[in-house]
Design a protein. Structure first.
Length: 268
């Protein structure tokens, strides 16, 4: 099975999609229990929603599901959010804390290493190569990591998640102008809620690739799925009419980020 998909563009902006893939190898699928086979923790339809918003942007997408291995987790297994409930490099449970593997079918260290080499490494090699290509072309890169999650998950957070969850690891991963441009759009998006560096401050991708001194800027956007899905339960259908206004704001965000990137390339 294919591991990733890359569309190389002419913009300094790269859109990354580590969690929209739904491909699961047969041997892994056979070990998932009925709950795991729902694939509930997919970032449903996010690559479709963003795909045409910024012409010229590069797109790098993992095609494998996060239950195979999570492309947005530290390979060392270190938690992104110490002291808080989360899922690991290869999850044992779904986001509700419920097991996803059949009894005694949880992957051991050797199996995790195998999946890391087959899936995690190639995806990040492709992402790194695209970052290097765009940096060579423009002198600057803005990596925008695209995510979504169910709006109510008591295992991970209390209450309803804001619609826009902006993550810059407390301002460390990108130029302040990029962070502020995103915040400004979200705060003025009528009918939507937002938070900066709340429950989701940016995953491993955002933290790992950030290199502001070398003009590589990263930012994560976690969208509540209530903002664009017909239902947050199976079959998790996309609702184009419901998502239309959201897409308008996302397009503005990406356009503003691109303008800042060109300014940064000029040394402004």
């Amino acid at each position: 099975m294919s591991v990733f998909d890359v569309k190389s563009g002419s913009s300094p902006v790269i859109l990354a999609f580590p969690h929209t893939g739904t491909d699961v190898p047969e041997d892994v699928w056979a070990k998932l229990n009925d709950n795991g086979k729902i694939l509930a923790d997919t970032d449903w339809h996010i690559h479709e929603m963003y795909g045409d918003l910024l012409p010229g942007s590069s797109l790098v997408r993992a095609l494998f599901h996060r239950y195979v291995i999570d492309a947005n987790r530290d390979p060392s297994g270190q938690s992104l959010y110490p002291g808080q409930n989360t899922t690991g490099l290869v999850p044992d449970t779904d986001f509700d804390g419920k097991p996803i593997w059949q009894d005694r079918a949880e992957p051991d260290e050797a199996e995790i290493k195998r999946r890391y080499e087959l899936f995690h490494v190639p995806y990040h090699q492709a992402l790194k190569a695209e970052i290097e290509r765009v940096k060579a072309q423009h002198g600057v890169v803005v990596l925008y990591d695209c995510h979504s999650i169910r709006s109510h998950i008591s295992f991970l957070f209390e209450g309803k998640l804001p619609d826009f969850n902006i993550g810059t690891n407390n301002g460390t991963t990108c130029d302040p102008r990029i962070e502020q441009a995103v915040v400004d759009v979200c705060e003025h998006a009528n009918g939507f809620t937002s938070v900066l560096n709340g429950r989701f401050r940016g995953g491993w991708t955002t933290r790992h690739y950030s290199d502001k001194a070398n003009n590589i800027h990263t930012i994560q956007m976690e969208l509540a799925q209530s903002s664009h899905l017909a239902s947050e339960t199976p079959p998790f259908d996309y609702d184009p009419a419901h998502a239309a206004l959201l897409r308008t704001h996302l397009k503005t965000i990406l356009q503003n980020i691109e303008k800042i990137a060109f300014d940064l390339a000029k040394g402004n």
